[in-house]
Ligand binder design. Sequence first.
Ligand SMILES: *Cc1c(COP(=O)(O)O)cnc(C)c1O
Length: 387
Amino acid sequence: MIQTRAGFRGLFQSLGLASFQSKVGAYCNYASRAASSLQQACEPSTYSDDNYADLDWDNLGFRLLPTDFMYMVKCSKDGKFEKGQLSRYGNIELSPSAGVLNYGQGLFEGTKAYRKQDGGLLLFRPDQNAIRMKIGADRMCMPSPSIDQFVDAVKQTAVANKRWVPPPGKGSLYIRPLLMGSGPVLGLAPAPEYTFLVYASPVGNYFKEGLAPLNLHVEDEYHRASRGGAGGVKTISNYAPVLKAITRAKNRGFSDVLYLDSVNKKYLEEVSSCNIFIVKGNVISTPATMGTILPGITRKSIIEIAQDLGYEVEERVISVDELANVDEVFCTGSAVVVASVGSITYQDKRIEYRTGAHSVSRKLHSTLIGIQMGLIEDKKGWTVEIH
Ligand SMILES: *Cc1c(COP(=O)(O)O)cnc(C)c1O
């Protein structure tokens, strides 16, 4: 069913399995001192040539590493966005009374570009990010770029920063589109001018745990979103309010926070920046998105992949009590891809889950990232190749 186009080496690395390439790398470092001809055959030597920025590609985390260019375009309140332009990455000028600074009128998106073995770059469903930004812009009373303009801006940003796209298997270029009210306001109102901006940063694993299972803490004091709020769109105003819960959980040794619904404090919603799934036997379930949960593109893709692999997938209300009785839990998001959850702690009770090589989440992860990296044939037209 799944055909592999290229070698499995990059895939293995992304899975954190026995690293063939690191052994080759170590050998190269040693051998290069003695035999320069051998060095040419070894991949690590290509990292330092003109095609790559000078970075330690083996130690990428999820932190900002500024790249060369960003894309920017402005528009007035009723107007269309003009043709955007790339410029050197750097600080931008904003009025102290900009809508985004005073009232949080802003949205963000996140997507990734992977480098293929043949040097081409692959984007994953960027049109879906464009559509989501449009929906979010409507909720936040902002004009938005067209789908084509959004996708074109993401492509331009990826290509312009190509030397920052990690070598195959080492990570990806995380691309961050922003839409904000940049014009001045004093009274609470939509801003008179908007800025659409796209920047990028090379990244490795999102969590400091790397690919190790996550330990989540169920939060029962703070909530991420409420009915009638804006939890279902990627507005910047959803994130600062949960820093308190995240910080507290991290100080107690947890990886992240799992939020419950704000009405009953009983039903699973999602994690701070990713969606959640539970697995029991052949059935995979995830909370239905009904306005308080961010409808992830990874979530949607994993639902389809799981169905293709023969699992039954349900989108429904999931009670926190069910966590005591499931085989597996995993999270999905552009930044985390598919991350297995090793334990969840709720009211001081810790429950552990199956993880590792034979888990459902591992199978889903390798299928999805195989498609994203171009190692598994994309039969769904999800990937967009750019040069
Ligand atoms: C971005 C995000 C997700 C994941 O969405 P993807 O499209 O899969 O990246 C999930 N939850 C929250 C709160 C998010 O901000």
